[in-house]
Design a protein around this ligand. Structure first.
Ligand code: GLY
Length: 364
């Protein structure tokens, strides 16, 4: 006889796999459904863990969740590396935010003032201090700031590690699509399907395309800089994420569309901004250009919690630009909700009910 799993998770991206790992470790029987595990937006993502450099005007509740999740990352990374027996490329060199022109710097300074007003750790630096930290930066940079707590992880190491940890803890992977939630057989179903959550739940999750490049330092050496660099260059926003193995990830466009074509114009803009900030990148090999679809929501914040009118169904989606950094806190809070039935107060601003009219909410 088929035993009903305690938890079925739809979606084997970082959020779904981390929930699977956490739930399986709590002794729950877990099944994860995904026709192509680990092939979604996270496969393309750069892996910035940047609660400060990515904190934006008017998103203070989201910023608080980013800060909470970033604080969980060191323990999460250590535990995961131990459980999976692999290195996940977690690095704590910090992030430099830089402005190339006077206009770029003026824009960046306004954001730093906002971030400092929230009490976030970001320290303005003079151009000479910036180049002392990263001599690879162009001498044309007008100024910048250090966000020492903004770190990085390699999503292409993170995904297999999460899968290994989840499977070692007892979770089972079913590599098949889920067309309707009524096809899923479990006590609790968690929809962690990124943009796919819209069709499964009716929640307002839309694709936001991001084109990303991967460069490689010549001669298989390490890149000539160690910090993540978040730059504004002649009005273009770009980030550069150096990895130990020689890779530099250059991202990303933010496009309100749902295709994954790579366009010449986007590659040109990303490369121009990258090379303007770090001229040596012109000598690197261009090894990959790809596009992923971030799951965006109307207020840019994730959707985490019970689905109104759908007993036993939880959402964990809509992480938009922050899926990797928000993975630990999402996994912990969803697991706690499943185990205890009690939502953590941290979840209050992020419930699906904020998008469901009161008359349709029903009773869970
Ligand atoms: N988190 C960076 C991006 O979405 O492009």
């Amino acid at each position: 006889m088929l035993t009903r799993p305690d938890v079925a998770i739809v979606g084997a991206g970082p959020v779904g796999l981390a929930i699977a790992w956490r739930c399986a470790r709590r002794g729950l029987r877990v099944v994860v459904h995904d026709p192509a595990p680990g092939s979604g937006a996270a496969h393309v993502a750069a892996g910035m863990l940047a609660p400060v450099a990515e904190a934006y005007f008017g998103e203070h509740e989201l910023t608080a969740l980013l800060v909470e999740s970033a604080a969980r990352w060191p323990a999460f990374a250590a535990e995961l590396a131990g459980a999976a027996g692999t290195d996940i490329g977690y690095r704590t060199d910090g992030t430099l935010v830089v402005g190339l022109t006077a206009d770029d710097l003026a824009e960046a300074r306004r954001l730093w003032a906002y971030q400092q007003g929230l009490g976030l750790p970001i320290t303005p630096l003079r151009p000479s201090e910036l180049r002392d930290r990263e001599p690879a930066l162009t001498p044309r940079v007008r100024g910048g700031a250090l966000a020492p707590g903004d770190h990085q992880v390699d999503p292409r190491r993170l995904l297999p590690a999460l899968r290994a940890a989840a499977e070692r803890a007892g979770a089972a992977l079913r590599p098949a699509p889920v067309a309707r939630l009524s096809d899923v057989f479990a006590r609790v179903t968690v929809v962690a399907a990124g943009c796919g959550a819209a069709a499964l739940t009716g929640l307002p999750v839309r694709p936001v395309k991001g084109q990303v490049l991967r460069l490689r330092a010549p001669g298989r050496g390490a890149p000539g800089f160690r910090h993540v660099i978040r730059g504004y260059a002649d009005g273009e926003s770009v980030y550069l994420v150096p990895r130990d193995g020689g890779e530099v990830v250059v991202g990303a466009t933010v496009e309100e569309r749902g295709d994954t074509e790579v366009t010449a114009g986007a590659v040109l803009r990303l490369l121009r901004a990258a090379v303007e900030l770090v001229p040596e990148l012109a000598e690197y090999d261009l090894v990959e250009a790809s596009a992923g679809l971030r799951p965006g929501t109307p207020d840019n914040a994730p959707i985490i919690g019970p689905l109104p009118g759908r007993p036993g169904v939880l959402a964990a989606t809509g992480h938009h630009r922050h899926g990797i950094v928000l993975t630990p806190v999402t996994a912990d809070l969803v697991t706690e909700l499943i185990v205890t039935g009690e939502p953590d107060p941290l979840l209050a601003p992020f419930g699906p009910d904020r998008f469901v009219p009161e008359k349709e909410r029903g009773w869970n």
